[in-house]
Design a protein around this ligand. Structure first.
Ligand code: PHE
Length: 351
């Protein structure tokens, strides 16, 4: 999703940029919107060529979280924390960076709460909790709902089933990115008898492909492989205008955040007859589970049912879009913005 902060308009409510006093590393906390409630979104620790790239990522990702929560029906807004890591980080610096991020988050006084994301996991949330209460997905032993990635993966698999007529058996999928979410999606699809092409920038993930009896391709080849469904599960921005004519898939649905290099790519995909399921809906299982368990006191089984419902939500969006003659991207955006605009009206007392 492109970011619309440009010129004199800052769309985000608040952006905190700080050199971590312990780690010396750039820390960015972006609060895109609290119109529906406290902003939530994970803590990403990743390598960037420049801290400004980390800031740009935080701006885009936090906006995606606003839409993710709005379509999921959660009374939550969108935020994200990004820590720009150097190429090599030892555990001492990593812990220092987590504590720096936690202090930055705490300074927002609860307007934003974090959770895991690319480069962070369950144990890291315990470190964050040493400095702030505003953190989801701590280990169950610490009273949290645990790692969000299996739940994100479950929502993706439910979506893939819904979009392939109820069963993935015998269908061909390319899963690009085999991290905690992509790896779990690939494993579940293999168990259901899907035909898989797997890919990751990390060659060590070839072992998973071998284990699942799947074909292996380099990311560029996997993105353009001849498949029923392409499942983007790596970092964002991989769907560019230039890639669209090269694609050989009928459907694109995966958990990677900000898949579109810019929003016009949704129209290009639509024109080529490729169904693109909005990433922020497909990948909402993690946050849906965390909120259901930690805030609404739902049981694991009840939360799993909500996550399973993401499949039906995506299918309904696709149907609505088809009927209205618009893209699923537009249908999702309208649904989110209807909630956001109504909330803004309530807050400002306007009718
Ligand atoms: N990082 C995940 C997301 O962006 C999951 C998550 C974030 C879970 C924040 C809980 C809280 O959706």
């Amino acid at each position: 999703m492109s970011c619309v902060d440009s010129g004199m308009t800052l769309e985000h409510e608040e952006v905190l940029v700080r050199r971590g006093p312990r780690s010396g590393l750039p820390i960015v906390v972006a609060v895109h919107s609290t119109a529906l409630g406290q902003a939530v979104g994970g803590l990403r620790m990743w390598h960037y060529p420049d801290w400004r790239d980390a800031q740009a990522d935080a701006l885009r990702l936090s906006r995606g979280m606003t839409y993710k929560c709005a379509v999921a029906g959660a009374d939550k807004g969108g935020g994200k924390t990004v820590v720009a890591l150097p190429e090599k980080t030892d555990n001492r610096v990593r812990r220092a960076a987590l504590l720096d991020a936690a202090d930055a988050i705490d300074s927002l006084g609860g307007r934003y709460a974090t959770g895991p994301d690319v480069g962070t996991g369950e144990p890291d949330m315990d470190v964050i909790a040493e400095r702030t209460a505003h953190v989801f997905c701590r280990p169950a032993s610490s009273g949290g709902s645990g790692d969000s990635s299996p739940h994100t993966a479950a929502g993706v698999v439910a979506t893939l089933r819904a979009l392939t007529g109820g069963s993935v058996k015998g269908r061909r999928f390319a899963v690009v990115g085999l991290g905690r979410v992509g790896g779990a999606v690939a494993t579940a699809l293999a168990a259901d008898g899907a035909d898989l092409v797997l890919s990751d920038v990390d060659q060590a993930k070839r072992a998973l492909a071998a284990e699942l009896g799947a074909a292996w391709k380099e990311p560029a080849g996997a993105l353009t492989a001849s498949v029923d469904v392409l499942v983007p599960a790596a970092l964002g921005g991989m769907l560019t205008g230039a890639l669209v004519p090269e694609l050989h898939c009928g459907i694109i649905a995966g958990p990677a955040n900000n898949q579109l290099a810019d929003e016009s790519v949704a129209d290009l995909l639509h024109e080529r007859g490729i169904l693109w399921a909005p990433d922020y809906v497909v990948g909402s299982g993690g946050v849906v589970n965390a909120l259901a368990v930690e805030l609404d006191g739902r049981s694991a089984a009840e939360a799993a049912e909500l996550v399973e419902g993401i499949g039906a939500t995506v299918a309904a969006l696709v149907d609505d879009a088809r009927r209205a003659g618009i893209t699923p991207a537009q249908a999702a955006r309208e649904r989110a913005e209807a909630r956001l605009n109504a909330a803004v009206r309530v807050h400002s007392g306007r009718d």
